[in-house]
Design a protein around this ligand. Structure first.
Ligand SMILES: Cc1cc2nc3c(=O)[nH]c(=O)nc-3n(C[C@H](O)[C@H](O)[C@H](O)COP(=O)(O)OP(=O)(O)OC[C@H]3O[C@@H](n4cnc5c(N)ncnc54)[C@H](O)[C@@H]3O)c2cc1C
Length: 460
């Protein structure tokens, strides 16, 4: 960027402009995924909408590639860009809860934990993911699934409105009433259409939950996966329950006798009291062997939302692949067990997150998020703190994915995709909605200014 333009942008911002060589640069460019090491030319930490407008205009006029950063959690590191401008939203954090209308206005720099903290004070919550440090922006724009999704839908199903700075620097609000085509596309189409500066969400009465992990010896995993598969359609929607194949970490708080042992996990969160949770789980647990441990207990909802935070701190190596899964035949279960047994590190995992209940009550063309006929969103993630394990965790994830993919649907949750999966994968993910997304992209960002993402190419 020309020096004069950099100076002008610096003077325009109430936030901070960080250039290469400046004191905060190396800290500011770090992403959650330690495998990604990008060196942007400039990082604009915006403090308000005016800052975002100035940054978009400067980046566009100077021809710099622009990345938008919410929580920086994205797998392939789309929150940053080599030699470009990062529009970093992390200072824009306010949350204003309106208990009367059960809604909240949320700054786009909030993490999920910021939102849970603010809404919990009112006994309210918005459905989101399972790690509190994830950015609400990136999570929402590509869908957002978590414990409350069976009862209350995806995060986007609870989005009422978004404020957006477009590629030409103009500011619009998108909702069902205003710019309805943009609002449709923002609900699943990722960061393709502009910089969202704030979201307005519908909230639900969620306060105390009965939640926690139930850990089984992985030698029983075939039975557990079969019973879980058959139980899920009958389970009350108050029960969020995902299945994991992983390893018990060799550290506290896990009992030392289980350290390093392969595990089959049922991670549960029941939105309601203990007696009802136990009754809801009884048909499943009654048909399973004794677990190694069952740590479910009554806790505030934000506690379950941050239960995994300590296990997955920022800066580890991550390589992941996802798929939408409709059915889980026994033959697929066998492949899962064979591949999971080869996990290259204790942290590596496979999770199956339910896509059912309220998620299915929204039609697939009602939002850009197409794959509502799936039953699960699967993720296989190779994870390790050691950069020298980057190769093995990547190879394991790819081999596992290739082995199970024939049993799965063509597309995947965009937030579980890397940047090496090709345009056909994204088209398969959006299915019948892809052409409509491309048309909205053409209308709002025809030069593809916002292309550091799972990119929707503007329609010709
Ligand atoms: C440990 C871990 C656990 C996870 N668990 C879940 C889960 O339970 N459920 C779930 O649904 N997902 C989950 N995810 C996936 C997560 O939703 C994605 O990684 C998501 O991209 C993170 O959003 P972010 O804002 O932190 O990312 P960033 O890296 O900051 O941004 C990601 C993308 O979002 C776009 N973006 C960000 N902010 C804006 C904005 N203000 N305006 C326009 N575009 C923007 C950008 O285009 C960027 O490409 C998890 C991820 C991790 C690492």
């Amino acid at each position: 960027m020309r020096e004069e333009a950099t100076t002008k942008l610096r003077q325009s911002l109430r936030g901070q402009l960080i250039a290469r060589g400046e004191a905060d640069y190396d800290e500011a460019r770090k992403l959650y995924n330690g495998m990604i090491d990008k060196r942007p030319e400039l990082i604009a930490r915006c403090s308000d909408v005016a800052d975002v407008i100035a940054a978009v205009n400067a980046g566009r006029d100077e021809g710099l590639p622009i990345a938008i950063r919410g929580g920086g959690h994205n797998g392939p590191g789309f929150g940053s860009v080599d030699d470009g401008l990062v529009i970093d939203m992390s200072l824009m954090k306010g949350v204003r809860v309106d208990p009367a209308s059960r809604s909240a206005r949320v700054g786009a720099g909030c993490t999920q934990g910021d939102v849970d903290h603010a809404t919990h004070a009112f006994g309210l919550a918005v459905p989101a993911g399972i790690i509190s440090t994830t950015g609400i922006a990136g999570l929402t724009l590509s869908g957002g699934h978590g414990y409350l999704s069976r009862k209350y839908g995806l995060t986007i199903d609870n989005l009422l409105e978004a404020d957006v700075v477009l590629a030409d620097g103009s500011f619009v609000t998108a909702s069902k009433e205003q710019n309805a085509d943009l609002f449709w596309a923002l609900r699943g189409g990722g960061g393709n259409f502009g910089v969202v500066t704030s979201f307005k969400f519908k909230l639900h009465p969620v306060s105390s939950v009965f939640a926690g992990p139930i850990a089984f010896d992985q030698k029983h995993a075939r039975t557990i996966m079969q019973r879980y598969r058959d139980f899920l359609p009958t389970a009350p929607e108050e029960l969020g329950i995902f299945l994991g194949l992983k390893t018990i970490l060799s550290s506290a708080p896990f009992p030392e006798e289980f350290w390093g042992k392969p595990l089959c996990l049922l991670m549960c969160c029941y939105d309601g009291p203990e007696d009802k949770a136990r009754a809801a789980l009884a048909p499943l647990l009654g048909a399973l062997p004794e677990p190694w441990f069952n740590w479910m207990s009554t806790m505030p909802y934000p506690a379950v939302q941050s239960m995994f935070d300590g296990l997955y701190p920022k800066g580890m190596q991550w390589y992941w692949r996802g798929d939408f899964v409709r059915t889980l035949p026994d033959a697929a279960i066998d492949v899962h067990l064979e591949q999971a047994a080869k996990a290259p590190s204790e942290l590596s995992l496979m999770h199956l997150y339910p896509i059912d209940g309220a998620v299915k009550r929204v039609k697939s063309d009602e939002t850009a998020w197409n794959c509502r006929d799936a039953t699960w969103s699967m993720v296989i993630a190779g994870i390790d703190p050691n950069p020298q394990k980057a190769g093995p965790i990547t190879r394991w994830t790819k081999a596992y994915w290739e082995a199970v993919h024939p049993f799965d649907l063509g597309g995947a949750y965009p937030n579980f995709m890397m940047d090496d999966e090709g345009a056909a994968r994204l088209k398969a993910t959006y299915g019948d909605n892809y052409q409509r997304l491309a048309a909205v992209k053409q209308r709002y960002d025809k030069t593809n200014l916002f292309r550091i993402n799972q990119n929707i190419v503007p329609a010709a």
